[in-house]
Design a binder for this molecule. Structure first.
Ligand code: SAH
Length: 412
């Protein structure tokens, strides 16, 4: 009987679709939409908006529930006649309890669970590979639904883990020293794909040391994928219905997308890191094309205006490249440039990758550079990039290479 009704509904829908194709612009009568309650919302949507949603209608694939925010979930539930408080229950199952199936959600009414299952998946990223470094950091290679790949790096610290998270597949910034730039830009990650890196790695952790810190320093320019980044941060930092990270333990690193800095300061409570990497515009424009649009003065002005909560500082990252930006003069200029900004400095000695023209300065030069900054009263870390033996260090991420048979391991 159920099958028969379903069959009739599908036929009716097929007929209406044909009618729509023949009469573009017309809409399905609302009664047709209401006549199809048993079908997924993606199909029913056509009833309301006619020909323009036709491609969606033909795509009956379930939706990944991680792509929805709380409001959207409540709206969907409401359309099904289900009370809004169910949304919070579902979200808790997904993010706090790491549920993979709706039928395990024991406090959700039994008749709602199959309905959810008909419409949604609770997707995880496919773990293609995990490489572990001698220093304990772990590089996750994730395969996305469209076959593309991204990487996240889990870094053990003294009492917690930090996850270096990707925001895009590839990157459009074209920084000359960065391996991710090589493959060009492929696409933005969705909100669900950003959140899933964190949710899935957390789920995969075997020991009791917590994953409490996040840095958006993986593949991509986070501020160039602003909306999805923001939606992801909202879930990641939601302590009652999300992943519960403290805002002060999340850091967004940017190549200097000045047009978004004020937005980030207004919309979130995360830390800001800025990849400065040079102290004069000619050098910076050569290394980082974004500098032609947003030169150093504009970037630093925007940093000065960035709201800093509770004694926080902006981290300035500085990739040290031999004979390019590593002179004592550069260090002095850097000290002067950052003077008006509450800042700390991360020096990142260049991590080499095959075919790159740049080199890492020798140890003395690195220490001398650091000393000049310390003498100018800056807090200066030399970031000993972890995971170099598995090409997981800063700027070495370039997913997709492995899929094409050029594994990172081979290049290290
Ligand atoms: N697009 C963002 C985040 C990704 S890059 C940004 O530019 O900040 C994260 C950090 O790695 C940046 O500071 C970048 O300058 C640095 N980096 C890139 N390639 C590197 C390399 N080969 N060696 C050392 N650091 C590198």
């Amino acid at each position: 009987m159920t099958y028969l009704i379903f069959n009739i509904k599908v036929r009716l829908l097929a007929y209406e679709s044909l009618r729509l194709v023949q009469n573009p612009g017309s809409v399905l009568p609302p009664d047709v939409a209401y006549a199809l309650p048993g079908l997924p919302a993606s199909i029913n949507a056509v009833g309301y908006s006619g020909i323009w949603k036709l491609p969606i209608m033909l795509n009956t694939k379930k939706q990944n529930i991680l792509e929805l925010d709380r409001k959207e979930l409540i709206t969907w539930l409401d359309d099904q006649g289900i009370e809004p408080y169910r949304a919070d229950q579902i979200l808790k199952w997904i993010y706090l309890r790491q549920a993979d199936r709706f039928d395990r959600m024991t406090d959700i009414a039994k008749d709602i669970r199959p309905l959810l299952d008909d419409h949604f998946t609770i997707s995880r990223l496919q773990i293609e590979d995990i490489e572990t470094s001698k220093d304990g950091s772990r590089k996750y290679l994730f395969r996305l639904e469209d076959g593309k790949t991204i990487e996240s790096v889990l870094i053990p610290e003294r009492d917690h883990y930090t996850l270096c998270t990707s925001s895009q597949v590839g990157c459009a910034q074209d920084c000359r020293f960065c391996l991710t730039a090589r493959g060009g830009f492929q696409r933005n990650l969705t909100k669900g794909e950003i959140v899933s890196q964190v949710r899935d790695v957390k789920n995969d952790l075997q020991d009791s040391m917590p994953l409490s810190n996040l840095v958006f320093m993986g593949m991509g320019e986070p501020l160039a994928n602003y909306k999805n980044l923001l939606d992801a941060i909202e879930v990641i930092t939601d302590s009652s219905l999300g992943l519960g990270f403290a805002g002060r333990r999340v850091t967004v690193s940017t190549a200097g997308l000045v047009s978004r800095l004020a937005d980030l300061g207004r919309d979130t409570r995360v830390n800001l890191a800025v990849s400065l990497n040079a102290t004069d515009n000619a050098t910076r424009s050569r290394l980082m094309p974004i500098n032609r649009k947003f030169p150093i003065e504009k970037l630093l002005k925007a940093c000065q205006n960035f709201p800093l909560r509770g004694g926080r500082r902006i981290t300035f990252e500085y990739v040290l490249l031999k004979d390019v930006n590593d002179s004592a003069k550069d260090a002095g200029r850097l000290a002067r440039l950052l003077r008006p900004i509450k800042s700390k400095i991360n020096l990142i000695p260049f991590n080499s990758h095959e075919g790159c023209q740049y080199q890492r300065p020798d140890e003395d030069t690195i220490l001398q550079f650091q000393k000049i900054l310390i003498d100018n009263n800056y807090t200066v870390m030399i970031r000993q990039s972890k995971g170099q033996d598995i090409s997981a260090a800063c700027g070495q991420l370039a997913a997709g290479h492995r899929a094409e048979g050029k594994g990172h391991g081979e290049k290290a």
